[in-house]
Design a protein around this ligand. Structure first.
Ligand code: MBD
Ligand code: FE
Length: 280
């Protein structure tokens, strides 16, 4: 960290909550299915209370903590760190192609479109970090290249900030939608990301500290890869030998999603990763 503290819970949390609220999501869940899920969710919680002999003071602390999470704008953070991976596991059951991972709270639609060979938007100070040249091909499950596929890429800067969720960063910093060439290939230059510490100054940080956990995610790239007629995949890529790979606070790593970039004589790191998309 240089001039700025790590991201604050209220800063990034409020921005993430506002972004999510603006999406106005819905799901075509039947009333019967909703009732069954709600009944089992409450039942699971009741069982924890009974198994652990939870007391009234403990119950009231729980209530206060839930209120604090909401008022601190931390629900997107807390849910995506501690719950989303289970939903992704359900989705993964029906997938054959590239493994997915969680989206997390900091995705923004409408990033600028970039050609198949490109550099992500970045500031002069980002350019001091080791460049990462990330290339590969998007294919179907039979290995046929998919021209015009979209590789959406977003990641934190070297201080752990995501553009759109930190006011000091220009819009779309380290974000882009790379359009593949006729053979489905792409080559994007960005910077080698650093491990990411989730904000520790709010109720999510309290929750982690109370359990003697750590607030770190291994360094990661976020991606959504899509093509016409194919199922899009939301995923993340990590870095071989990186810290926190085996203890990601968000439980979102998979062995198939680890990159091993090699430094070249030009001072840049190079790595290739190919994406295979399931049919829609
Ligand atoms: C992140 O950058 C992230 O990827 C997740 C899943 C949660 C919090 C911050
Ligand atoms: Fe992230």
């Amino acid at each position: 960290m240089t001039t700025l503290e790590s991201p604050t819970a209220v800063g990034s949390g409020t921005a993430a909550t506002d972004k999510f609220k603006n999406e106005r999501v819905s799901a075509d869940t039947s009333p019967e299915r909703l009732a069954a899920i709600a009944k089992d969710a409450l039942g699971a919680l009741h069982k924890v209370i009974l198994d652990h002999n939870v007391t009234y003071p403990e119950y009231r602390v729980f209530k206060q903590w839930l209120i604090d999470v909401g008022e601190g704008g931390e629900w997107p953070l807390f849910l995506d760190v501690f719950i989303e991976h289970a939903v992704e596991e359900v989705l993964a059951r029906s997938r054959k192609g590239t493994k997915g991972s969680i989206e997390g709270p900091y995705y923004l639609a409408d990033a600028p479109e970039l050609p198949s060979v490109c550099t992500l938007p970045m500031r002069e100070e980002d350019k001091k970090i080791t460049p990462l040249v990330f290339s590969g091909q998007v294919t179907d499950l039979d290995g046929n290249g998919l021209g015009g596929a979209v590789v959406e890429l977003w990641h934190a800067d070297n201080d752990g900030f995501y553009s759109g969720f930190a006011p000091h960063l220009p819009d779309w910093n380290l974000r882009g939608k790379i359009i593949t060439d006729d053979e489905g290939r792409y080559e994007v230059t960005t910077i080698q990301p650093a491990p990411y510490q989730i904000p520790t100054d709010g109720p999510t940080g309290q929750f982690i500290e109370a359990q003697h956990g750590h607030p770190w995610r291994p360094a990661h790239l976020h991606l959504i890869v899509s093509a016409p007629g194919k199922e899009s995949v939301t995923t993340q890529l990590y870095f071989s030998g990186g810290e926190w790979l085996d203890s990601d606070v968000a439980s979102a790593t998979k062995p198939e999603l680890i990159l091993d970039p090699k430094p070249a004589a030009d001072g840049k790191n190079y790595v290739t990763y190919n994406f295979a998309l399931d049919p829609a």
